[in-house]
Design a protein around this ligand. Structure first.
Ligand code: DP6
Length: 349
């Protein structure tokens, strides 16, 4: 079996077999915000997320031995600027590891609005990591794939696995290699929890400030960043316990306070980064009223104005209806825990 696999990988290296992979976005319940190493994408804090069953990204990578540069399309359009630069830098990393200098053709289809704080970079780089590793004949297990995906976009590390996933920040002391090795994602055990995330898309447009720039500015200038990073440790411990106990109220309370705290750090940055829009606050108010009515519903927001409401799967339609009525101009999606990234075809794996 193993030698068949290695033969297939060796074959893949010689013959430019295209590889296609699919990955789903994830939404963090304990957020990743702030890096301690920009180049290696080492985070300041551990984070924990739920991989979704909707909005996948499908990415095809094919080496092109004759090409002088990488060609990348995103949803059928040639990528340019920062998006292209990040994909090429990621492929360079894979080329460096394999010693294969070939350029590649990359075609990526996203069902989620790119750059709107709906985790498109997470599904995007997770799918690219799996497809590029296969296309270049790089034999990595799932844990090693989380480290590779991390280099494209931190949150992508978590989309390699399905369900609930923790991404370890890794050790602060020690060598660069030790830090890189320690900063990987892994699945988290969950008790009897049947959760849904109701996603209120109040604005699907691209964000004004990228999360990368915003988190750098927050770490560098926000007096609230360090206290949040400290409290986030406690949130992670509490979140693990709440998930294991299947306690949706505790999971939701921790997720909501962690997200609001993260946004507080940004609001205190200089200049301030404010992703929350009036419609965001309207949804937050509605979520509070749902709780007053006895429905366990809790909000989390990322680098954008959209709100994700954590609730029981059994309450998801009710919560979606309430949110839809609160923001008539927006759209509402319901997600439940989804699968990890996987290779659909090619690359000999
Ligand atoms: C607010 O993973 O997009 O969604 O590593 O710079 O690419 P880079 O950042 P990215 O940041 C995600 C931040 C967040 C919180 C989270 O997903 O944990």
């Amino acid at each position: 079996m193993r030698s068949d696999h290695l033969t297939a990988l060796a074959h893949a290296r010689d013959t430019a077999v295209p590889a296609t992979a699919v990955a789903h976005p994830n939404i963090a319940l304990v957020k990743y915000w702030g890096k301690r190493d920009e180049h290696l994408v080492l985070p300041r804090v551990d984070s924990l997320s739920m991989t979704l069953d909707i909005l996948p990204t499908t990415t095809r990578v094919c080496r092109d031995p004759a090409a002088g540069r990488d060609r990348v399309t995103l949803n059928g359009r040639p990528a340019a600027g920062e998006a292209l630069r990040r994909v090429v830098a990621f492929l360079d990393l894979v080329r460096e590891r394999t010693g294969l200098a070939h350029r590649a053709v990359v075609d990526s289809e996203n069902t989620v609005a790119t750059g709107a704080g709906l985790a498109s970079s997470a599904s995007g780089f997770a799918a690219l990591a799996v497809a590029a590793a296969a296309a270049y004949g790089l034999d990595l297990d799932a844990t090693a794939l989380t480290r590779l995906a991390r280099r494209g976009s931190g949150s992508a590390a978590r989309s390699i696995f399905g369900g609930f996933v923790v991404w370890h920040a890794g050790p602060d002391a020690g060598t660069v290699a030790e830090a890189d090795l320690g900063s990987h994602a892994e699945p988290v055990p969950v008790g009897d929890l049947d959760p849904a995330l109701v996603i209120a898309v109040v604005d699907g447009g691209p964000k004004a400030v990228s999360s990368r720039v915003a988190m750098r500015r927050t770490v560098d200038t926000s007096p609230l960043y360090e206290p949040w990073a400290v409290s986030s440790k406690e949130d992670l411990t509490g979140m693990r316990a709440a998930l294991l106990a299947g306690d949706i109220a505790a999971v939701g309370e921790i997720a909501e306070r962690n997200a609001l705290g993260m946004h507080a750090t940004m609001l205190a940055a200089r200049p301030a980064v404010r992703y929350l829009a009036p419609a965001t606050l309207t949804v937050l108010d509605r979520v509070l009223r749902l709780r007053d009515d006895g429905i366990p519903a809790y909000a989390t927001m990322d680098a954008g104005p959209n709100v994700k409401v954590l609730c029981r799967r059994a309450d998801a339609d009710l919560v979606a209806g309430a949110v839809r009525a609160a923001v008539p101009g927006g759209s509402v999606l319901i997600a439940t825990p989804g699968p990890g990234a996987r290779l659909l075809a090619g690359g000999g794996r």
